[in-house]
Design a protein around this ligand. Structure first.
Ligand code: SF4
Length: 191
């Protein structure tokens, strides 16, 4: 069994690759995340992925291309449904096609280890992409292993991003920080 693993980032790839390798499967990674902006952040995550793959002995295909912000937003606008489902579809459809082209039997994604992602939507999108490309989508709920993944990334000194990837998620993170700061200020004793 040969599996192409869509890698959203280095930290999430460490444990996910081991999970699939443990079932007698040859795993190759592919970094394809045109959702990540700005371009400096995309480059930083790609470099972190390369370092993680090196330390985990994970073979990688050449990285998939980045996208301009305008092209990414257009690709989301073409898909009906929630923003994240469109983003998963963009990445998993390309991974499924790549897997079929390169002779893999199956594909999966490191997104499955993240407690911040919608696994039901990923399962649905993965199945759809698999059917269209004629390869199997391997689903596993790996969220219980997220802490271990973070620990390994910390031990290796890998960069761990603080927002999912798109500029919407960066703005949502900033809004959460502002809300927390306001709550703290309001809770502080006066006078
Ligand atoms: S929050 Fe994450 S999954 Fe959702 S659209 Fe943004 S980058 Fe994609």
């Amino acid at each position: 069994m040969k599996l192409l693993l869509h890698c959203c980032c280095g930290p999430c790839a460490l444990v996910t690759a081991d999970h699939f390798r443990s079932s007698n499967t040859a795993v190759v990674g592919w970094f394809y995340n045109p959702n990540v902006h700005p371009v400096e952040e995309h480059a930083r995550r790609a470099a972190t992925m390369a370092a993680a793959a090196n330390s985990a002995n994970l073979a990688m295909l050449p990285d998939g291309p980045a996208m301009t912000l305008a092209d990414f937003l257009l690709s989301l606008a073409r898909v009906s449904g929630p923003r994240c489902s469109g983003c998963y579809l963009l990445r998993l459809r390309a991974t499924a096609r790549k897997a079929a082209e390169q002779g893999f039997n199956a594909f999966s994604s490191t997104l499955l280890i993240s407690p911040y992602q919608d696994l039901a939507a990923i399962a649905e999108v993965g199945k759809e992409a698999a059917g269209a490309a004629g390869v199997e989508f391997r689903f596993a709920d790996l969220r219980d292993e997220y802490r271990e993944s973070c620990g390994r990334a910390r031990d290796l000194g890998l960069y761990r991003q603080s927002y999912c990837g798109c500029l919407f998620s960066a703005l949502e993170r900033a809004a959460r920080r502002v809300r927390r700061a306001v709550d703290r200020a309001c809770a502080a004793p006066t006078g």
